[in-house]
Write a protein that binds this ligand. Sequence first.
Ligand SMILES: [Zn+2]
Length: 67
Amino acid sequence: MAPTLRTPSERTCERCGRIEVWAEGIGTWRLAVDEAGDPHAVGSPYCIHEWDINGTFAPFESDAAEA
Ligand SMILES: [Zn+2]
């Protein structure tokens, strides 16, 4: 039985608060914006983002070598 890999559709940086959403059409993360097109939270461009999806979506547990 093939494992089902759940893909998160949104992630938030635990360090700077940046919010990104998964753009499935282009296969990459994009800055989350509201209906007016303004970013919810840009965060810091110098931040080494620490995405909260590691805790919520953890299909594999031991792949945190770079943390
Ligand atoms: Zn960050």
